[in-house]
Design a protein around this ligand. Structure first.
Ligand SMILES: Nc1ncnc2c1ncn2[C@@H]1O[C@H](COP(=O)(O)OP(=O)(O)OP(=O)(O)O)[C@@H](O)[C@H]1O
Length: 445
């Protein structure tokens, strides 16, 4: 059986890092097994699903490099869900119920007050034709429940291990609302059957659905896929993430200059037994991927860790890998500038700043005009290379008697107008003698 997995977001908000982790793990699982990755939009909730979010999800996944073999929209597959519902109705597995929400709540409370589990009593299943007709005559529209077989359903979860649920302890799930719209369960299972999904890898928020879903697969005459339920990611304080609330959105991180591979490096390893290290390509992560390494502990998303990975990635990237991005950003950078500054970058956007320092104009910061003017007089003739800075500072030290911070700091401030930055031995030759001399004399250059 070939491997086919799916990432199935509802387009009701911007993807957060928890969603992205599930998408990445699905994608890596597909690649590691020579399989296929389906992107499915769970967009049956027409009120809240928006094209804007579909576009954003496509943009976010493309940014991460997670391409898909097929894309599907649940809103375009309603006929398949209707057909499956009809089949289940004909077989007596889907039955109409007429209780109002208030009546259901009353039943629930009564059971709870008697210390009994609030399981639906299947009143709808036992209605006579006349009783149904009477409800319909009152104008009630039925909702439809799936009749569970009262037995224990077992599955071997790839993350949680052996799992089992006694379906006698569950209410028959509602699959179709009173207004005729489908809840999540039926469309999801029908799609998984029709597309031939072999492994469902998703967040733990869906784990309680699994046993009824397995029964639904069987009722539709299809074997259930394998399941993997990953613990839900939280933020660093332990608070949950929500697409609708816009927490920790991928696009915010992208806008803040985080590299896709820094994000992938973190998300692929967080909550696993592997060390979190920077990886420059998805292929590397694919080679290292093993779903068995994912633990059941809650992964916490730590922005500081992401920042470190981003910096380490920028240090590791060769110039050729960033040139298309720099061109798109309109940054005029040379291989020499990259070599000089990439070890100091915490985001690629900072390169723009260093290109500006090299190209000018820079308004120098002068702490001691006599001192920096003296340094200007001591600038050696060009050509300059990475020994020039040492030549200059040795000469200034000999002439002024200054050393350490008192020597270096005023020179850096005059030459770059910045307190800190890359080593001046690499930067100074790029600035060149003309601009360096002007800046040391306090002129904008
Ligand atoms: N915090 C999380 N950590 C890991 N996976 C998550 C998290 N939240 C959702 N997922 C998973 O992301 C996938 C997409 O789910 P879904 O579109 O329902 O996202 P959601 O964040 O729960 O959205 P919403 O906030 O709109 O309910 C599912 O597999 C879901 O299990």
């Amino acid at each position: 059986m070939s491997v086919l997995v799916r990432f199935a977001p509802s387009p009701t908000g911007f993807l957060h890092v928890g969603n992205a982790r599930v998408a990445l793990i699905n994608w890596l699982f597909a690649k590691a097994h020579g399989g296929y990755f389906l992107l499915r939009f769970d967009d049956t909730d027409l009120e809240r699903s928006k094209q804007e979010y579909v576009d954003a999800i496509v943009r976010d996944l493309s940014w991460l490099g997670l391409d898909w073999d097929k894309k599907a929209y649940q809103s375009q597959r309603l006929a398949a869900y209707d057909a499956a519902a009809e089949k289940l109705k004909a077989e007596g597995r889907l039955y109409p119920c007429y209780e109002t929400p208030e009546e259901l709540e009353y039943k629930r409370k009564r059971l709870l007050s008697r210390k009994l589990p609030p399981v639906y009593d299947r009143a709808g299943l036992h209605l006579s034709d006349d009783q149904r007709a009477a409800f319909e005559a009152e104008g009630r529209k039925p909702h439809w429940r799936f009749k569970l077989e009262h037995r224990t359903v077992e599955w071997d979860d790839l993350v949680r291990g052996n799992s089992h649920v006694d379906c006698a302890s569950l209410s028959d799930p509602v699959l179709i609302r009173g207004d005729g719209s489908f809840l999540y369960t039926l469309p999801s299972v029908v799609d998984d059957v029709d597309f031939g999904v072999s492994h469902i890898i998703r967040g733990e928020d869906h784990v309680t659905n699994s046993a009824p879903q397995i029964q639904l697969f069987e009722a539709l005459g299809a074997p259930a896929p394998r399941f993997a339920h990953l613990p839900l990611m939280t933020d660093i304080t332990g608070a949950g993430l929500s697409k609708r609330l816009g927490s920790q959105s991928l696009q915010d991180w992208r806008d803040q200059g985080i590299e896709a591979m820094a994000m992938n490096s973190l998300l692929a390893k967080l909550g696993t037994s592997d060390a979190i290290e920077v990886r420059t390509s998805l292929e590397q992560l694919e080679d290292e991927f093993d779903i068995g390494h994912f633990s059941r502990a809650t992964p916490k998303f730590d922005p500081a860790e992401l920042g470190h990975l981003n910096a380490r990635l920028l240090h590791a990237l060769p110039f050729e890998m960033v040139t298309p991005r720099l061109e798109a950003m309109g940054v005029n950078a040379s291989p020499a500038l990259w070599t000089a500054v990439h070890g100091n970058l915490s985001s690629l956007a900072e390169l723009r700043d260093w290109a500006q320092v090299v190209d000018g104009p820079v308004v120098p910061v002068i702490e001691d005009p006599a001192f920096t003017a003296a340094a200007a007089d001591l600038l050696p003739p060009e050509p300059w290379d990475d020994t020039t800075w040492t030549t200059l500072t040795n000469a200034v030290k000999a002439a002024t008697g200054r050393k350490g911070k008192a020597l270096f700091h005023p020179l850096r401030l005059a030459l770059t107008a910045r307190e800190n930055g890359p080593e001046l031995k690499n930067l100074l030759p790029l600035v060149g003698r003309d601009k360096a001399a002007k800046r040391l004399r306090g002129e904008t250059a």
